[in-house]
Each structure stands twice: as structure tokens, then as C-alpha cells.
Design a protein around this ligand. Sequence first.
Ligand code: ZN
Length: 185
Amino acid sequence: MRRLAIAMALSTSAGLAQAAGPHVHGQGNLDLAMAGGTLLVELSLPAADVVGFEHAPRDDDQKALVKDALARLGKGSNVLEPAPAAACKVTRESVHSGLSDSEAEEHDHGEESHDHDADHDHGGHADFEARYRWHCDHPDKLAWIDVPLLEFLNGVTLKVQLVTDQGARADSLKAPHTRLSMDVQ
Ligand SMILES: [Zn+2]
């Protein structure tokens, strides 16, 4: 959260960074900060909503579920589809689960590396957390972002916090409503 929180603080005085603390099953958080041509995204999902459990995987089936989820969430294009007119490209994507540190996967696209947050919960809950960065050649054309991720999540509501150069707002998305308007007016 730290980097996005900083971006948000720079972008707005509203201080919309989402509260840390125990998650709510059935509810994920999606934070987006758009500044210039750069879109920063942080996603947090209860592991219960992704793989159905929140403990370290206990057998091969559960290991496979975690591996598949990390592979899916590790690709920004599986999570968000910015409006094509904006010509956005993923420049960084990373994911890890609080289920097993050894499962962490990271794909860096040549920009500075970063450390994983060590703030995942060991007290009975666990999250999947992912970060993405896009660069958009035409940010003025970024009218909306589709969230195909929601089609994989069974009934999960995503609480959205959106910050742009124009302002900030909160939203809530749940399939079949998977399109986020970038209009903050
Ligand atoms: Zn939980």
C-alpha cells in the first residue's frame, strides 16, 4: 500500500487510502492512481474468495489452486483491461499470497524492483495481493477500465478507490457490472 498511498497523497488532499485491518470475506480492494500516463494499481483479495481457504496449502490439489491463482493474478491483463483507445501497456506486475511465502512470483519489466510488503496476516486470515503498473500513451482517452477479474470471482464485491489528476472517488464493482468509469467529476 505504501507506494500507492504516497501517490494518492500527492494527488489529492482527500486521503482516500483504504484502511488496513482484517479483510471481509466476499470483499476485495482495488486501488487505482492515475497520474500523467502512469496507472498504479493495488489489488487485495481474501484468499478464501480466491482459492477457498486461508491456510498454507495442505495437499497437491490445494497447491495447484494457489499456483493457478498466482498465475492468473500475476498477469495484469487478466485483472484489468483499460480502454483500448488509451493505448495502455503493462510495465510491471507482481503478486504474492499470504498462504506461503515460497509461492511468491514477481515479473519485473525493467523498472526499479521493490520489496514485497511483509504485512500479510498470520492471524487466521490471508490475502492475495497484487500490484500492477500500466503506461498509457493516451491517458486522456482512458474513459473506463474493464475488470475481467470479477468474472473469475464468485460474487465478490470490489471496493474501488480511484484517484486521478482530476479528483478522487470511491466505487463498488461486482459481476456482471465490471466496467469502472474513470470519470471522477
Ligand atoms: Zn479471511
